[in-house]
Structures are given as structure tokens and as C-alpha cells.
Design a protein around this ligand. Structure first.
Ligand code: NDP
Ligand code: HSE
Length: 399
């Protein structure tokens, strides 16, 4: 089985490393010899042991009928979408780590794969090296999924962990995460929550079998989190994590991405560094948790190569994945209720605006901080839009 890799960056070079280092055991597990024939990239790699496989012309891969599996690790939607679509249409299976592509075009690409009796697989698109797509598709099919929530982005968890545990500054840690190969090419996707948003869109689409448009998901990143917020979190014996969540509520399925304050009793409290932790709650199973490295070269490559093995094992048949192009309408998050941690300027009329609150010891001059009673998004937004003086708000998920 000949393989072509599109994009020889962090993940693509990891895929080549995994396929080369573990060649013997991979061949046994796939039931056939899996060999890399081409590596497509924009650059040359004159010092690389695989330099003879580097090409710059995609049409060589597309036209070569001996290529059965294509790995897409270039990232971005264009030209990844056009390349992947063409490969599937030509009867080649595709394995990708590209969540932006999967979130936007997953339903269409799956339907082309089905028509052509090949596979479009994307385990690495959510949770890096953690198996979560395959369990959702194959192991949790007896359940009605009630909730999927958790830490879905390695870079931001790494940043928040280092800011909390080592007192490091945001930009220093972001640079470190980029150097370690965790961050997106444009790290705004990580820190503004867009990456977690695409991931929760993919998981929600798979859980309910319909297209969730990520543009419909309420998304907040971590750029508003300050050293002071972290100080308050420590004072509360809590920590700040950015969650992606989707759940069935009385008003329908809601989905959102936002930072949350969680306490020590929370099962995700210990999920630190680049690790991700994802909860899936089924109506029969109850809760299951998936944990592991959410980003990085080799963990992600391991998930991509597992897809390559699966594609090789299923040559000539399509592994069924239910994800139709029909749009899943999400409910508004207005009625979602949370306790909230709020910081306000001195002089803000707290009781008159928020009613009974738990006042916290101030960590800075000229401000006050407190925890509210459970409030809906609609009620909080009404207060926030009609009152000056709110400095920050973080939702609570205390267990
Ligand atoms: P990189 O930027 O490290 O690698 C992408 C590679 O693709 C680069 O070498 C780039 O070349 C090359 N490339 C880009 N466009 C083209 C093109 N048109 N033709 C040929 N080559 C091209 O990204 P990552 O490896 O980090 O990420 C790849 C994908 O995997 C992304 O979708 C990302 O979101 C996803 N992902 C990443 C994870 C991680 O931990 N890094 C984890 C899980 C998923 P050049 O540098 O010259 O532009
Ligand atoms: N930038 C992503 C993250 C890569 O940090 O989680 C893994 O999808």
C-alpha cells in the first residue's frame, strides 16, 4: 500500500517518523506493507533522510494509481479541500489531522468517500493523540449522547497551566508552545478559542449525525484572562480551563467554548500542560473520560497513522460514519445557567445589580470580586450591557 503525505511540517514529519520507526509492527497490524512514496511540501529538505521522496507537484500524487492512501497534514481549508476531494474522487483513502477542513467539509468528504468505497478518516483532528472519534463512531453507538465536554486545546491548556503553576507571562508561554509544535500556524485559532470551537463542532456533528456549523457556536478564548484572574482562582483553590461543550438541554442542543473556573473536585482539574480531557455522557453508559496528549508531533502522528492502518485494513470498503449535510440547529445559550466569578470596579453597586453574592478577598486595589448565584446567560448579558464597571467574568463549573 503506497502512501503520499501532503505537508511535511510538525504532524506530517511525525507521520513519516512513525511509519518508518514502527514499520514492522504497522505492516503486521495493517496486514500489508505500508510504504511512503511521496511527500508533498512547498519547501525542499536537502538534509532530510527522505529527501528523495519530496515533491512539489500535487498532480503527481493525484495521477499515480499506485497511491492508495493520502495523508493530509498541510492544514487550512485551501488547497487542502481541493486536494483531499480530488484524492477521494480518484479512489484514494484520505487520513487527515486538519480540523478546520473536517469541521467545514466533513459531511461532503465522507459522502464522496462512501460513493467511491474508500475512507475519509480524521482521528487526529480532535484531541491530538487521544482516541475519541473512533470511540464515538464505533464504541458508544448504543447510547444517546447527552453531553460532550472538556479541554480540547493543548496550547491554551499549556499556557494556562504555566501561567498558574510557574507564574509565567502569557506571551512567553505562547512562544514556548509554538516552539514545541503545539500551536496552530496562526495561534489566534488557539487563544481565541476557534480551534476548540471547530473540535466541538466535529464531535457534536458526529454525536448527532448532522452538520454543526462552527460559526453558530458561542466562542470565547483566553486572551481576556489576566494574572489577577489566576490569583483569584488560586485563592479559591480552583483553576481556569477553557472548555468546549455541547449538551442536550430543555431548549435543545447547546454548544459553547469558554474559559471556566473549576475546583479541585472537578475531574478535569488534574488535566494540565498539553493534555486534553474529554467527557462523554451517554444515557446508558453514564460518563466516560478520554485523556491524553492533545497536541504535538508524535502523539498526533500516532493517531494519523492508526487511521492509515485502518484505511489499509478496510481497502475496498467504507467504515460507516453517520454525518449528513443536513444542518443541526443549535439552541441559543441564553437559558444556560452558571455561577459566575465577577470582578468590578470599586463603587459598583453589587447587591443592587447581582443580588446575593459571595464576596472574595480583593487581590488588587480599586476593585472587588465575587461569586454570583446561578444566572442565565441572558440575565448576565442584560446586566453587563447596561452597567459600566464590570472588569471580567468567568463562568464556574464547581463539583
Ligand atoms: P505545520 O505548519 O507545521 O505543517 C504544515 C506543512 O504543510 C508545512 O511544511 C507547510 O509548508 C506545508 N504546506 C502548506 N501548504 C502547502 C501546500 N499548498 N502544498 C504543500 N505543502 C504545503 O502544521 P502542523 O503540522 O502543526 O499542522 C498540520 C495540520 O494538523 C493542521 O491542520 C493542524 O491544525 C493539525 N493538527 C496539528 C497538531 C499539532 O500538534 N501541531 C495536532 C493536531 C492537529 P511551509 O511551512 O513551507 O508553508
Ligand atoms: N493547536 C492545537 C492544540 C493542535 O493546541 O490543541 C491540536 O489540535
Amino acid at each position: 500500500m503506497n502512501v503520499a503525505v501532503l505537508g511535511y511540517g510538525t504532524v506530517g514529519s511525525g507521520v513519516v517518523e512513525v511509519l518508518t520507526k514502527n514499520q514492522d509492527s504497522i505492516d503486521v497490524k495493517a496486514g500489508k506493507e505500508i510504504r511512503i512514496k511521496y511527500i508533498l511540501d512547498l519547501r525542499d529538505f536537502p538534509e532530510d533522510p527522505h529527501k528523495d521522496k519530496i515533491i512539489h507537484d500535487f498532480s503527481i500524487i493525484s495521477k499515480d494509481t499506485s497511491i492508495g492512501i493520502v495523508v493530509e497534514t498541510m492544514g487550512g481549508v485551501h488547497p487542502a479541500y481541493e486536494f483531499v476531494k480530488e484524492c477521494l474522487e480518484k479512489g484514494k483513502s484520505v487520513c487527515t489531522s486538519n480540523k478546520e477542513l473536517v469541521a467545514k467539509h466533513g459531511a461532503e468528504l465522507l459522502s464522496i468517500a462512501k460513493e467511491k468505497k474508500v475512507n475519509f478518516l480524521f482521528e487526529a483532528s480532535v484531541g491530538g493523540g487521544i482516541p475519541i472519534i473512533r470511540p464515538l463512531n464505533q464504541s458508544l453507538t448504543a447510547d444517546k449522547i447527552l453531553e460532550i465536554s472538556g479541554i480540547l486545546n493543548g496550547t491554551t491548556n499549556y499556557i494556562l497551566t504555566k501561567m498558574t503553576q510557574e507564574g509565567l507571562d502569557f506571551h512567553t508561554v505562547l512562544k514556548d508552545a509554538q516552539e514545541k509544535g503545539y500551536a496552530e500556524r496562526n495561534p489566534e485559532a488557539d487563544i481565541e478559542g476557534y480551534d476548540a470551537c471547530r473540535k466541538i463542532a466535529i464531535l457534536t456533528s458526529l454525536a448527532y449525525g448532522k452538520q454543526v456549523d462552527y460559526e453558530d457556536i458561542y466562542t470565547e478564548g483566553i486572551t481576556g484572562i489576566t494574572d489577577l484572574d489566576i490569583k483569584y482562582a488560586k485563592e479559591l483553590d480552583a483553576s481556569i480551563k477553557i472548555f468546549g461543550m455541547s449538551k442536550i438541554t430543555d431548549t435543545g442542543i447547546i454548544a459553547m467554548v469558554a474559559p471556566f473556573l473549576i475546583n479541585k473536585a472537578h475531574p478535569l482539574f488534574m488535566v494540565n500542560d498539553v493534555f486534553n480531557g474529554i467527557f462523554v455522557k451517554g444515557n446508558m453508559l453514564g460518563e466516560a473520560m478520554f485523556y491524553g496528549r492533545g497536541a504535538g508531533k508524535l502523539p498526533t502522528a500516532s493517531a494519523v497513522v492508526a487511521d492509515v492502518v485502518d484505511a489499509a485494513k478496510h481497502e475496498g470498503t467504507t467504515i460507516m460514519t453517520i454525518w449528513s449535510k443536513e444542518k443541526l440547529e443549535l439552541a441559543k445559550i441564553d437559558s444556560a445557567k452558571f455561577h459566575r466569578f465577577v470582578r468590578v470596579k470599586d463603587g459598583f453597586h453589587i447587591a443592587g445589580t447581582f443580588g446575593n453574592v459571595q464576596v472574595l478577598k480583593s487581590q488588587a486595589e480599586k476593585e472587588r470580586a465575587f461569586l454570583t448565584r446561578p444566572m442565565t446567560e441572558a440575565d448576565y448579558q442584560k446586566i453587563a450591557s447596561t452597567n459600566d464597571g464590570i472588569l471580567s467574568m468567568i463562568r464556574l463549573d464547581f463539583k
